[in-house]
Unconditional design. Structure first.
Length: 339
C-alpha cells in the first residue's frame, strides 16, 4: 500500500498518486504523470522506496529519473529482495538527494501485512466474527442470521474484496452454504478456502457450483483427499496436509497460503476454526462486530473456541484498538502483531 506526492521546485503540491491495484502502475508513476513538467526540480514524497526492477511493471526509479525531480523522501526502504535498498542507491548514484525514514513507524503500520509476508512467509491473519452483547455467536439452536446489521455486513463484503483469501471451516459450509465472495467485487478476488480435516463436506453446494468462476481451495488431511473427489471435479483445488490426530495445523495452512503469495487472509469462523488459529497464536488482527442483542443460553456458542487460556495474564494484549459505531452496532478492531 503505497502513496506518493510531488511538490514543485517552489514547494507547492502538483501531483499525487497511489498504487491502485495489484499489477497496476505504482504510486510514483501516477503522481509524476499528474505533475508532468512541474515535477522538474521538485521533490517526490513516497511511503515506500521506489522499485528498481522489472516486475509486473517497469522500475519506478526510471520514471523518477525521467521526471527531473531533484529530491526523493521515502518513509521506509522496501525489504522485497529485488529492491532492498537498491532503488535508493540508483537515485543517489544519479545525483538525487535522498532521505529515508521519515514517518517510518506509520509506513510500517500501513504495510504490516506486506512486511509479515516478506519476513515470515505467512500472510497477515484477520479474524472476524459477529456477536451479541453477551458474547454469543448464535442461539442455543444454532441460528445466527443475522446477528449484525446490514451496514456491518456491507463492511465485511468490502473487507473480503481487499484480502487474498476468505477461510471457513466445515461447520460453516454445512450450516450456512456460504458463497464467500465480495459483493460488490473489490480490488482483489479472494480465494475461498475451506478447512476440513475429515474431508466430510457436501458434494453439492454453492462453493462447488461456482468453483470454476472463482478459486476454491480445500485443505484436508493427506489421508482424506480422496473423499473430496467431487470438489476436485467441480474445479476446486484439494490440498492434503500432514495432520496430528486428524487435526490440521493453522500454521501449515498459513505456510501454504504464503507460498501462494497471499498477503492478507480473513478467517470468518466459526468458533472451532477461530479457536484453532487463536491457540496457534496465528491471529494478527481481530474485527468483532457487536450487536445490541442478548441471546443467553448456557449452550449457545461463543465466537472463539479451542483450548483457550488458563489465566487472564496469558491473554495476548493488543498493540492497538479502534472502536467504530456502525449504525446501532459497534465494530471493535484490535491489532495484536507489532509492525
Amino acid at each position: 500500500m503505497v502513496g506518493a506526492v510531488v511538490l514543485d521546485a517552489g514547494g507547492q503540491p502538483v501531483g499525487e498518486g497511489w498504487h491502485q491495484c495489484h499489477g497496476g502502475p505504482h504510486a510514483e508513476v501516477f503522481a509524476l504523470a499528474a505533475a508532468g513538467p512541474a515535477a522538474r526540480g521538485g521533490t517526490l514524497y513516497v511511503t515506500l522506496e521506489p522499485c528498481c526492477h522489472h516486475g509486473k511493471t517497469p522500475p519506478c526509479t526510471a520514471a523518477v529519473l525521467a521526471s527531473g525531480v531533484r529530491r526523493v523522501v521515502a518513509a521506509m526502504p522496501d525489504p522485497f529482495p529485488a529492491v532492498n535498498g537498491g532503488g535508493l542507491a540508483v537515485l543517489r548514484d544519479a545525483g538525487l538527494a535522498v532521505e529515508v525514514g521519515v514517518l517510518e513507524a506509520q509506513a510500517r503500520t500501513l504495510n504490516a501485512a506486506y512486511l509479515k509476508l516478506l519476513g515470515t512467509g505467512r500472510p497477515w491473519v484477520i479474524a472476524k466474527w459477529a456477536m451479541t452483547l453477551d458474547g454469543k455467536l448464535a442461539t442455543r439452536t444454532g441460528d445466527s442470521q443475522w446477528i449484525s446489521n446490514a451496514e456491518c455486513r456491507a463492511k465485511v463484503h468490502d473487507l473480503r474484496g481487499r484480502v487474498d483469501a476468505v477461510v471457513v471451516g466445515r461447520g460453516t459450509v454445512v450450516a450456512d452454504d456460504p458463497l464467500l465472495t465480495a459483493r460488490p467485487p473489490g480490488p482483489r478476488t479472494p480465494a475461498r478456502v475451506v478447512v476440513c480435516g475429515s474431508g466430510d463436506l457436501p458434494a453439492a453446494c454453492r462453493l462447488t457450483a461456482t468453483a470454476r468462476a472463482s478459486p476454491v481451495v480445500v485443505y484436508t488431511t493427506a489421508a482424506n483427499v480422496g473423499k473430496l473427489a467431487a470438489w476436485a471435479a467441480a474445479g476446486a483445488e484439494v490440498v492434503g496436509l500432514p495432520a496430528g490426530d486428524g487435526v490440521l495445523s493453522p500454521l501449515a495452512i498459513l505456510d501454504d497460503l504464503g507460498r501462494r503469495r497471499c498477503t492478507r487472509v480473513l478467517i470468518e469462523g466459526g468458533s472451532t476454526l477461530l479457536g484453532a488459529f487463536r491457540d496457534a497464536g496465528a491471529i494478527d488482527e481481530a474485527w468483532a462486530f457487536v450487536a445490541p442483542k442478548l441471546f443467553g443460553g448456557a449452550t449457545a456458542p461463543g465466537p472463539v473456541g479451542g483450548h483457550g487460556v488458563g489465566a487472564v495474564a496469558e491473554s495476548r494484549p493488543p498493540v492497538s484498538t479502534r472502536i467504530e459505531p456502525v449504525g446501532d452496532n459497534v465494530l471493535v478492531r484490535c491489532v495484536f502483531t507489532a509492525s
